[in-house]
Design a protein around this ligand. Structure first.
Ligand SMILES: [Cu+2]
Length: 464
């Protein structure tokens, strides 16, 4: 319910900020002229071509995806309108970075879940243009889309993506968001326009920020005195041993405790087939009846979770991860068109080798609580909601456990050490009722595998 501000009278601050502006315009001359005569502020305005700039182009639209084999739930699943090989309607984002305007327009109706995984370096100047391509299946709707970085301290409301407080991108238009992340960590992003619907429909993805402690910016390694022995830490102590440049850390820990060899990010959501059906079929949905049919990691339910990263059909065939520096590969992949997972491109298979330190970046944009466990491997939670678990004196308060709880809107960074013997382990939600597909038999839902290999090449990109 929105209260009428006039009913309570305008506050002095509101009056001065807005109401007085026009009325007082005539008096401004004498009162503000001395201030206007002061030297102009000359701070550099970041531009997309700056030395630390990254530009990304996303499109928001609708599309069709494929769930694993599951019992029919007529008329909701499979959806009779779904073109083969798909069965479920969705909304989502697409990576259209580097595409021509006509190529971007051709992505209408090709939404993907989960959204493109984005990662950046701390203090990057990030420019993300969001184009709203409209909904191919629902031309009657005029929904906007926005980009909201959840859990991210954002200085400028205009770029926060909450439409009621800033703006939304209308169909056929685009808007460029600007971010400069000061705090490393695991975040998530989603559309905030009619968010209960757009989030459930699939407009959710991972975004994470790599710490300065890596001493690697946009691929260039430069040792920093801030991480040399004796340098001060934010907790009042000093760095005990110089932290070598070019390694991978989850956070600025100043002691090397968050170092990892491989990283895997998981967008945790649920999919309610009936709601997706109703959106496709111009039916009204009561979201308070939420009753999910599929439990997803990166937009896929087991066993699809362990299928490899898939390339998408169409001009941009690298839809899953993003460039720091490099543009996605442009070029059609004829084999992709037949792939039922082409619009769910992100694998959740954890491939590692014996003794590796593995970082799991977990973020929940579903509407249920989830608790992840791995039998026979200890999990160490090093951060919650993009905050490193260190006390005020710098003592690590990391939690070693066999179960990681994750509420809606929360993120966790978790380290584990791959066992010394090759083998296969399951990472799964310990609530067994989430381990099926549409109520069918056998295993499904929020399950993936950790495959520990005797040897494996170094990881070049997350989730590979
Ligand atoms: Cu949206």
């Amino acid at each position: 319910m929105t209260k009428n501000p006039l009913a309570r009278g305008l506050s002095r601050r509101v009056f001065l900020a807005g109401g007085a502006g026009l009325v007082g315009a005539a008096a401004v001359g004498t009162r503000l002229l001395p201030a206007l005569a002061a030297p102009a502020v000359t701070a550099a305005v970041p531009t997309p071509t700056g030395p630390n700039s990254v530009t990304v182009h996303l499109a928001g639209t609708d599309g069709w995806v494929s769930m694993p084999d599951a019992p029919a739930d007529a008329p909701f699943f499979p959806d009779s309108l779904a073109p083969a090989p798909f069965d479920t309607y969705c909304f989502g984002f697409r990576n259209v970075t580097g595409m021509t305007p006509s190529q971007v327009a051709a992505e209408r109706g090709k939404a993907q879940i989960s959204a493109p995984m984005m990662f950046f370096d701390e203090e990057d100047d990030i420019f993300i243009t969001l184009t709203n391509l409209g909904l191919a299946q629902r031309p009657d709707l005029f929904d906007g889309h926005t980009l909201h970085w959840h859990g991210f301290v954002n200085a400028i409301p205009l770029f926060d993506g909450v439409p009621e407080l800033s703006l939304a991108v209308p169909i056929g238009r685009d808007f460029t968001y600007y971010y400069r992340p000061h705090d490393a960590g695991t975040y998530m992003y989603h559309c905030h326009f009619e968010d209960v619907e757009h989030v459930q429909m699939g407009m959710t993805g991972m975004v994470f920020v790599r710490p300065k402690q890596n001493q690697r910016r946009r691929g260039v390694i430069t040792a920093s005195p801030a991480f040399a022995a004796g340098a001060p830490t934010p907790w009042g102590g000093t760095v005990a041993t110089t932290i070598p440049a070019g390694k991978k850390y989850a956070y600025n820990d100043y002691d090397g405790s968050t170092r990892y060899d491989r990283e895997f990010a998981f967008m945790v959501t649920e999919l309610w087939s009936a709601a997706h059906y109703r959106d496709a079929h111009i039916q009204v949905n009561d979201w308070t009846d939420f009753d999910p049919s599929f439990w997803l990691l990166n937009g896929r339910a087991y066993p699809d979770t362990v299928a490899p990263n898939s390339v998408a059909a169409g001009p941009a065939n690298n839809q899953n991860v993003f460039p720091v520096g490099a543009l996605p590969v442009i070029g059609a992949d004829p084999a992709a068109a037949a792939n039922r997972l082409q619009y769910q491109p992100i694998s959740s298979l954890i491939n590692c080798k014996v003794g590796d330190t593995v970082l799991l970046r977990l973020a929940n944009l579903g509407y249920q609580n989830h608790s992840f466990t791995v039998d026979n491997i200890d999990l160490t939670v090093i951060a919650k909601d993009a905050s490193l678990l260190k006390g005020r004196d710098g003592t690590a308060n990391y939690i070693t456990t066999n179960t990681v709880d994750l509420g809606p809107g929360e993120s966790r960074d978790v380290l584990f050490t791959a066992p010394s013997v090759p083998g296969k382990y399951l990472l799964y939600d310990r609530k067994y009722s989430y381990l099926n597909n549409g109520g069918g038999g056998g295993y499904g839902g929020m399950v993936t595998e950790i495959r520990v290999n005797a040897s494996l090449a170094d990881q070049t990109e997350p989730n590979h």
